[in-house]
Write a new protein. Structure first.
Length: 652
């Protein structure tokens, strides 16, 4: 808020405000607005409000403007209300979209999970002459895609855009088209469809790709949008400018990726900065050389790319993501003068109808729009852009957004090239509109949809351009390359109730008891297992059987499910040695009957119960006990302890 009060200066015969405000509001000549620092003179004769850059007219015209924030001025119809925030202005009357072929195509829709979308992009050109014209490629260019660690990538596309002058059906293109001049220019539709781009994702260099490469997925496509509008109208009959949108389905390259992933373009095979160099009419020829020192109309030269990744998170609210893309025009007819061939009698509008699941309007509803060649500076006064009377892209762009049948929201001049707010910042007049990407001829914006209708199943975006003076001075052309809606799904899918885990069940294959012959071959029949939650499970077997050893063995089979519940079954394996079992065991020998043997030493020796050792000593056979000497003689009683073995003693 400024501390000084500004005084309103009234101009005779002009509406003037009679009150004083902390921020300026009043009607004055555009020249006085310029002198006071409220407006700027551009292109030698056109006046634009500072801050909003709204076109005010010629210097002699008078306009009422309001300072909405310090140094930011907008056109106004009234100064009543003091310094209260301005309401969203009501835009000009909309022109109906009467060109059904001028539409974006539905690419994909996601719903039923916690889906999220990342949209980033960049242009690929540089302006060497500081005249807001693309002169050459500026590579490499890198953007970053942020994917959470626990996300699952559902889809990923890299699209690249550009312009080309096609020489079929008349005209000549003898200028150098590419940045280094070493490769062929864009002369035919096949050149556009086969225009190679080199992309590196993370550390993975994918090499040269086209929409027909084997590496890309099934949703790859090349689409051309001709510079001709409502049928049967066209613009200059000999102007063969085409804009293209080449889409690469690179979902497989992003699956499993997380973190901040760099996506770098290192090469674009063809980039046309020439346009037509000859035509059959003298007034179409460039009035001077361009920044490449060629007499060629490069006013539509551009090249850019975008990256779009849709991923889901394992938990969270269900969202709906709807994606449309292509290359569709919205403008007030450029070259719509008496000199043009079949001039379009009115502005060309574009309706983008985003169909989707019913949304929850209590949550954020966002629309992303990608615009090509929508800069505010345009080509007025640039000699190679032909006569200045045909200047375009210096007018206004208009965008309306409506959720379902709710109230529309209107936005003016939000495709502003490099003059757009910095990435991540909102437009001063529209806090709901944020810059996602910007460049010389490339913008991505995010619109937070206001007045979103609960349970709406479609969101309509209407885009058109116009001149506030006539179709012959400032004009505006926007090419919309894609539109994306992101919102919370109204009806959330119910999370399944966790079921109580049940243990698996093991079934033996074959008999529970097996008998094998000694030395036979054993093959374990195994077992199977099923689980209510996990389905089929392979049991672990513990079955060590050796048929070389007759024995009884036990085999154990155990199955464990994901809930750590288990079941076990056993099998008995008997190995029998039938030959060994057939041989009878020997009969135990009967114990001998006890007999007392009483005799002299000599008689015992004669009977074999004792033996004579060392010439004269008797020892008992079996126990080797010393019995006596032959010199002493004598007798004793012996018993037979085992067959042929004796000892002293008696049976009693």
């Amino acid at each position: 808020m400024k501390s000084m009060i500004k005084t309103i200066v009234a101009v005779p015969l002009l509406l003037a405000a009679t009150q004083s405000f902390a921020l300026y509001c009043g009607s004055d000549s555009n020249q006085n607005h310029i002198n006071a620092g409220r407006a700027t003179l551009k292109y030698s004769l056109l006046t634009y409000a500072n801050g909003s850059d709204a076109y005010l007219g010629m210097t002699a015209d008078s306009t009422m403007i309001k300072e909405t924030t310090d140094g930011h001025f907008e056109m106004s119809t009234s100064c009543v209300g003091g310094d209260t925030p301005p309401s969203i202005p009501v835009g000009p009357d909309k022109v109906s979209d009467g060109n059904p072929s001028n539409q974006l195509d539905q690419l994909a829709e996601f719903s039923g999970k916690n889906y999220n979308v990342v949209v980033v992009g960049s242009d690929l050109v540089k302006d060497t002459g500081n005249d807001q014209q693309a002169d050459s490629l500026d590579l490499p260019r890198t953007v970053y895609v942020d994917i959470p660690e626990n996300a699952t990538v559902e889809a990923a596309w890299v699209s690249y855009y550009g312009s080309g002058y096609l020489t079929t059906d008349g005209g000549q293109d003898n200028t150098t088209d590419t940045a280094n001049g070493g490769e062929a220019g864009i002369d035919t539709e096949a050149d556009i469809r086969n225009n190679e781009i080199n992309i590196t994702i993370g550390n993975n260099d994918l090499g040269a790709l086209t929409p027909s490469s084997t590496l890309v997925g099934p949703k790859s496509r090349s689409k051309i949008s001709w510079w001709k509008m409502q049928s049967p109208y066209g613009t200059l009959a000999y102007s063969r400018v085409a804009l293209y949108n080449n889409r690469l389905d690179l979902t497989s390259e992003f699956v499993g990726q997380s973190g901040s992933i760099p996506v770098t373009v290192t090469r674009l095979q063809r980039a046309d900065f020439a346009g037509k160099s000859d035509s059959s009419r003298s007034y179409d020829k460039p009035k001077g050389p361009n920044d490449n020192n060629e007499y060629a109309n490069d006013c539509l030269g551009n090249a850019s790319y975008s990256v779009m990744v849709v991923y889901s998170l394992p938990t969270g609210e269900d969202k709906t993501i709807t994606v449309l893309d292509g290359m569709s025009w919205a403008w007030n007819n450029d070259f719509a003068t008496s000199k043009a061939t079949n001039p379009v009698p009115s502005r060309l509008a574009l309706d983008i109808n985003l169909q989707h699941e019913a949304i929850d309007a209590t949550q954020d509803v966002n629309v992303y729009l990608g615009a090509i060649d929508g800069d505010k500076y345009g080509h007025h006064g640039v000699e190679q852009c032909e006569s200045s009377s045909f200047a375009h892209e210096t007018g206004n762009d208009h965008t309306w957004v409506r959720s379902g049948s709710s109230q529309e929201n209107y936005y003016a001049n939000i495709y502003e090239g490099k003059s757009a707010p910095e990435i991540g910042d909102a437009f001063p007049s529209y806090p709901a509109v944020t810059t996602v990407a910007k460049g010389l001829n490339f913008n991505i914006i995010k619109i937070g949809v206001e007045n979103a209708q609960d349970e709406a199943t479609n969101t309509l975006v209407h885009v058109e351009g116009d001149s506030m003076v006539s179709t012959q001075i400032p004009q505006e052309a926007m090419l919309i390359a894609f539109a994306v809606l992101e919102a919370k799904t109204k009806v959330q899918s119910e999370a399944p109730t966790p079921e109580e885990n049940t243990a698996p069940y093991v079934t033996l294959t074959g008999d529970a008891e097996m008998t094998l012959e000694f030395g036979a071959t054993f093959t374990d029949p195994g077992a199977t297992a099923t689980d209510s939650e996990d389905g089929a499970i392979t049991p672990e077997a513990d079955c060590n059987v050796s048929t070389a050893v007759a024995a009884t063995y036990t085999c154990t089979y155990t199955a464990t499910d994901s809930g750590n519940l288990s079941d076990t079954k056993t099998r008995t394996v008997i190995v029998k040695d039938e030959v060994a079992e057939a041989e009878p065991e020997p009969e135990p020998e009967p114990e001998p009957t006890c007999v007392d043997y009483t005799a002299t030493y000599a008689d015992h020796e004669a009977a074999g119960r004792v033996e004579l050792k060392y010439l004269s000593s008797y020892y008992i056979i079996g126990s080797n006990q010393y019995l006596g000497s032959t010199y002493v003689g004598g007798s004793t009683t012996l018993i037979e302890t085992a067959p042929g073995k004796f000892a002293k003693g008696s049976c009693n």
